[in-house]
Design a protein around this ligand. Structure first.
Ligand code: SAH
Ligand code: SF4
Ligand code: F3S
Length: 473
């Protein structure tokens, strides 16, 4: 049994003190910090906290690696491809360090939480000064300060390899430098207890733990008050929100409570495991004023046999029932999904089951991945006779279907007028604005940058597989 541990005010104040120490160390000139993020929204959200700390420590933020005095890489371990990219980019920092020996390189995130990876970074990536895990983001100033002290000592390139398995941490009120002034991440829980047989997340992100509803609601109120218009609630499986808390609040209850906050804004959430997406959730979504009629409901496979091997706790029929129920409550539902192709032992017949389910459900968008064995997960030990080339053929077939369906769904918007939130400028004339429908579809819009942060009516004039194009009405 893991122990849930809430970070105390005292511990937070201590981190502030470390910020002050760092500030005085770097006060003699402007120091720049770059935070490079890989992986999911949960990591994006953690990176905002890292940036928040760095600003408190006196750093200016930059996107320019040549200018940076500190680079923090927030890593993802979900697939091998992501890990390789990270290692390549961290290795390349050696050149920058050769030019600037004072450069501090920090590697955090999910990769570092794996013992073998930690060893690899320690032994083969000497450029790295500090390794810390996702459970230690709250105490980044302390770790950075200690790293600086070690480096300062005579005769030593002192490095700090942290990444402790302190899985139960819940930290409130950390500083946060948000990337956007329109869209905000709102993390409601951390970790995952589902142990899907292919997935590394439960091993690196630790046990599921929820923030208290009062804290989540207070943060949402503050975001709305500060003018944020698009709030995405984050968790690996938001549907198990509230387990382990005394409040007796489940995810639909939380959603209903958040919906009561007055204002013109959209509420979204990621991700929803199909096994515990309930009628109550769909009803609350359908009845709510602010909640987007969008669900990301990862299917992973349409084959009952593979779903069992994946430890997903639903079958094809059950999944289809959930989709039908969601569409009953929200006839305008936008549905997106994740699918893994080439799970160990998958056959042509299993693959066809996936394809036929995709044709039946007709997703608005799909994220498709080729199975990547993750050391320590059960699936990595399963016999996997199908070659990569054969998996690629399946993958391409699935992608063709996904693109065709998305293209058709997008084409159906043409001629309609929809309400969209303008979230940023793209600078790509004539469609200089990026906006989203309430269901989360991307609309490239012609218009002035003064509209960023506003809801406007857009007439959809054109579409592609990936996006819609529109003009103001
Ligand atoms: N918590 C989220 C998923 C996080 S990982 C959920 O349950 O939906 C995002 C996606 O990456 C997963 O949905 C899955 O499709 C994919 N994925 C995870 N592990 C993978 C692996 N070992 N190989 C290939 N894809 C994987
Ligand atoms: Fe991974 Fe499954 Fe947890 Fe999602 S629900 S993070 S796929 S173990
Ligand atoms: Fe990657 Fe960690 Fe997210 S492994 S997908 S960054 S939880």
């Amino acid at each position: 049994m893991y122990e849930r541990r809430e970070i105390t005010t005292q511990e937070r104040i201590q981190q502030q003190q470390y910020c002050e120490q760092i500030k005085s160390r770097i006060a003699h000139r402007t120091h720049y910090a770059l935070v490079d993020t890989y992986g999911c929204q949960q990591n994006e959200s953690d990176s905002e906290i890292l940036r928040g700390w760095l600003v408190r420590c006196g750093y200016e933020l930059t996107d320019d690696a040549d200018k940076a005095d500190l680079v923090a890489v927030n890593t993802c371990a979900v697939r091998e491809h992501a890990e390789k990219r990270v290692l390549g980019n961290v290795g390349a920092l050696a050149h920058k360090k050769a030019k600037n020996p004072d450069l501090i390189v920090c590697v955090g995130g999910c990769m570092t939480q794996q013992q073998t990876m930690r060893e690899k970074i320690k032994n083969s990536y000497r450029v790295v000064d500090l390794v810390f895990g996702p459970h230690e983001v709250w105490q980044f100033p302390e770790l950075l300060c200690k790293t600086m002290e070690r480096r300062g000592r005579r005769g030593g390139h002192g490095r700090l390899i942290a990444a402790e398995p302190s899985e139960g941490v819940v930290a409130e009120a950390l500083p946060r430098q948000r990337d956007s002034s329109v869209k905000a991440w709102l993390s409601i829980m951390n970790g995952c207890d589902n142990f899907c047989s292919y997935c590394i997340v439960p091993y690196v992100r630790g046990r599921e733990r929820s923030r208290r509803p009062a804290d989540v609601i207070a943060e949402a109120r503050d975001l709305v008050a500060r003018g944020y218009k698009d709030i995405t609630l984050l968790g690996q499986n938001v549907n198990s929100y509230g387990k382990g808390l005394d409040e007796g609040v489940d995810f639909p209850d939380l959603l209903a409570a958040l919906d009561k906050i007055p204002g013109d804004y959209v509420l979204r959430f990621m991700t929803s495991h199909p096994k515990d997406a309930t009628d109550k959730l769909f009803r609350v979504m359908g009845e709510s004023e602010h909640c987007a009629h969008h669900i990301h409901l990862p299917l992973q496979s349409g084959s009952d046999r593979i779903l069992r091997e994946m430890n997903r706790h639903y079958d094809r029929a059950k999944y289809l029932e959930k989709v039908a129920a969601a569409r009953r409550y929200m006839p305008d539902l936008v549905l997106t999904t994740d699918i893994i192709v080439g799970f160990p032992g998958e056959t042509e017949e299993d693959f066809r089951d996936t394809l036929s389910l995709v044709e039946e459900v007709r997703y608005d968008a799909m994220f498709t991945f080729i199975f990547s064995p993750r050391t320590g997960t059960p699936a990595a030990r399963m016999p996997d006779p199908v070659t990569r080339a054969e998996k690629q053929v399946w993958f391409d077939r699935l992608l063709d279907a996904a693109n065709r369906i998305s293209g058709e769904k997008h084409a159906a918007y043409v001629g309609q007028t929809v309400r969209v939130l303008v979230d940023s400028q793209t600078g790509q004339a004539p469609y200089g604005l990026s906006s989203r429908t309430k269901g989360g579809r991307l609309v490239h819009l012609a218009g002035d940058k003064s509209l960023v942060g506003q809801f406007v009516q857009a007439k959809i004039t054109d579409s592609t597989t990936w996006a819609l194009y529109g003009e103001l009405v």
